[in-house]
Ligand binder design. Structure first.
Ligand code: NAP
Length: 289
């Protein structure tokens, strides 16, 4: 039962209808017996300032930020944590008595999922496919965790050049067209291959980035941050070639769990969050078929 004491949380974005965060957070709040509620709030770009100031005035304890506001929200916040600052994108805001602090918990989500599966990034050679918004958090996670070699493969290197130049102040990063012959040499020695493109995401399940699987280091760990479907064609192929694989569900849960802890001070049950996520995804996919 919600009362006058109930604290408010939510997510802003556009569109927001299919956000998985409300169900993940409300189930975890219920399991932890915490007096909070989490709602989805559709916010168009032209009213972002009013919405953010409104949430501050309404004394929301915090909120998540999703597409298209992750970057535009930066100047509206009072402070940023190190990850949000480095990436230039915020996915979580904490409201401490009117002072709004922006965080990026996607980085933690990406790294912690790998660690849970026994993969430590330090000293590893990594190839990342794609250079969009999600890749920024992935690249920063790899830099922070001391990957030793970082290569980006994309369909359009000119478009990715700014992002790569930005992160080159932290480490040497190689950029290739993913069908360039010299890119294969990077795959041969990769310890980790990460897909950050939407290729293969529902309902376009029959697509995947062009990986010459026979050339990839047979010991490479293969990670697709997509979570719909749970096993993309990219991961199916990787599994066929005997690679250890991981999808994006635990990254999503990890970023949510880190936000939950920032707002409530308590560690949520990752298991409750994952089950809520998988149940909702299964329902959404049945409805959309
Ligand atoms: P984005 O900003 O649009 O970036 C996508 C990247 O993939 C860009 O480099 C883009 O290249 C490339 N790309 C897009 N369509 C392509 C195509 N048809 N062929 C080749 N390359 C293509 O998207 P995003 O926000 O980074 O999201 C990417 C994926 O990550 C989505 O599937 C999303 O669901 C997933 N994601 C997962 C999590 C998680 O927690 N698991 C979190 C965030 C995102 P161009 O620049 O050439 O267009």
């Amino acid at each position: 039962m919600y009362t006058g004491n109930t604290k408010n949380l939510g997510v802003i974005g556009d569109p927001i209808l299919h956000s998985l965060s409300p169900v993940m957070h409300n189930q975890a709040l219920l399991a932890a017996n915490l007096d909070y509620v989490y709602i989805a709030m559709p916010v168009k770009s032209h009213v972002l300032t009013e919405a953010v100031n409104g949430l501050r005035s309404l004394n929301f304890r915090g909120f998540n930020v999703t597409i298209p506001h992750k970057t535009n929200i930066l100047p509206l916040l009072d402070t940023l944590d190190e990850d949000a600052q480095a990436i230039g994108a915020v996915n979580t805001v904490v409201n401490d008595n009117g002072c709004l602090k922006g965080y990026n918990t996607d980085v933690f989500g990406f790294v912690s999922a790998l660690e849970k599966h026994g993969f430590s990034i330090a000293g590893k050679k990594v190839v990342v496919l794609g250079a969009g918004g999600a890749a920024r958090a992935v690249i920063w996670g790899l830099i922070k965790q001391h990957a030793v070699r970082l290569t980006i493969g994309v369909r359009n290197p000119d478009k990715a050049a700014d992002l790569v130049t930005y992160f080159r102040k932290y480490m040497d990063i190689r950029l290739f067209h993913w069908q360039q012959e010299s890119f294969t040499a990077e795959l041969v020695q990769a310890d980790l291959l990460v897909n950050t493109t939407p290729l293969g995401m529902f309902p376009h399940d029959d697509a995947m980035p062009p990986v010459p699987w026979e050339q990839l280091n047979p010991a490479a760990f293969v990670y697709d941050i997509i979570y719909t479907p749970s096993k993309t064609l990219f991961l199916q192929k990787a599994a066929e070639y005997g690679h250890q694989i991981l999808n994006g569900e635990e990254m999503l849960v990890g970023q949510g769990a880190a936000a939950f802890k920032l707002w409530t001070g308590q560690e949520p049950s990752a298991e409750v969050m994952l089950t809520a996520l998988q149940t909702t995804l299964a329902k959404q996919q049945t409805q959309q078929k």
